[in-house]
Design a protein around this ligand. Sequence first.
Ligand code: NAD
Length: 490
Amino acid sequence: MPKTLLNYNYGDWQKSAAAACQEVINPATAEVMALVPLSPPAEVDQIVQSAARAFAEWRRVPAVDRIQPLFRLKALMETHLDELARSITMENGKTLAEAKGEMRRAIENVEVACGIPILMQGDVSEDIAAGIDELMIRQPVGVVAIIAPFNFPGMIPFWFLPYAVATGNTVVLKPSERCPLTMHRCVELIEEAGFPPGVVNLVNGGPETVNALLDHPVVQAVSFVGSTPVARHIYARASANGKRVQAQGGAKNPVIILPDADLNMTTRIVLDSAFGNAGQRCLAAALAVTVGDARAHFTEALLEGASSRVVGYGLDEQVTMGPVITPQSKARIQGLIQTGLDEGAKALLDGRETTVRGYENGYFLTPTILEGVAPEGTIATTEIFGPVLGLMHVDTLDQAIELVNRGAYGNMACLFTSSGAAARKFRSEANAGNIGINIGVAAPMAFFPFSGWKDSFFGVLHGQSRHAVEFYTQTKVVIERWPREWSRTF
Ligand code: NAD
């Protein structure tokens, strides 16, 4: 009998009163790994109240002391990195190497948040008028809700959590109900790191659980990552309830290849971007746009490289691409490929039908490459979130930039070239928040914001870096008058 996951409320692991549970399924084997409770609003309320109780004390703990458990957490995450990576592979499907890379990025955010004593410093101006000083201090906002997607179950909560607690807030974390196991283990490590009860809390659940967080009057800030329709909903509902919101959404990332791009390097990087994590990355290359003469040699090279990917269970060392997350997701991707073909694209590589020996029940696809993708068609405009790369062709860099800027999403755009002038123009003119120049997955380091634009982001301040510090703090400006003559009395 698979175990039912617990919630973590004020330092206690508690059985949920949920009427319903959802199965957590290993997408490579289709085995049920655990049951995740869909916690009801009443339980959300109890956990939010616990976080509020803890906030009253935690906000008073000096920043230099608040970061001590984060240092311990970093050490624990390093020690348990292999175990956490294995957990990611088993619940999400990505390869072990990809899962280890994911945990590295999670740890990096803990490291950056350890710099909070300097990152959340305020400003002082002495003598704005005679005997009057003005200062700005940063104070935590209160209880923060973090709502995460399935595709980076070990990393994405850490774009937010370390900064939220380091700045003096308390957290209610709602992991993806499809991949909740890694965060369950991370919260055990958070407990071991010695955070006081109620500073970090975990509530399992689905949309009803999320909506209870969005509506709860005590929750002050919401950090969300997921698909664009849900990000819109989160932004609208939580901000209508007076909360500050950052909602990172979906993507459709173009990579532009100029004729002077390095053939081998570009091919390798574009393929890793398109098919890494089985295409289930918000920074996956979804459209490769060749410019001018690049078309002939890159099409062939991409085709050859994609055909050689080894699909299978991510725990097997030789595997370079795992399954997609659910049978529904697989069926959706297969359907979108068919739509693309119906709209006139041609399949240079069709990965819709495959079985992996020993894992016949897994949700596997092999890479698909579609040529002749129409700019306004489904393949060019819909986030597929699977191992499908669309090829397009234009004659000039200007046309390529125009294509990038026409897209509804703005998570990432990349250019492959050896021309500095072309790179500079692209960097300046492409309307996307994360730009890669000879980079295929332009994932910002933890000390830079994860800067999605357009339909890929709703809000002002992004996750990670100084943006996170600003998001989780409210500024208080103090003007003080201390007339000089008063000091003469001493
Ligand atoms: P999702 O939107 O289905 O779910 C994300 C979270 O929202 C989950 O915790 C889920 O429980 C909750 N949720 C789902 N439907 C809801 C509803 N109707 N009301 C309230 N809450 C709801 O996303 P997913 O499938 O888990 O993740 C994949 C998506 O996330 C892709 O679109 C991907 O591009 C995006 N993503 C974006 C970024 C980024 O930084 N922009 C990063 C990773 C993933």
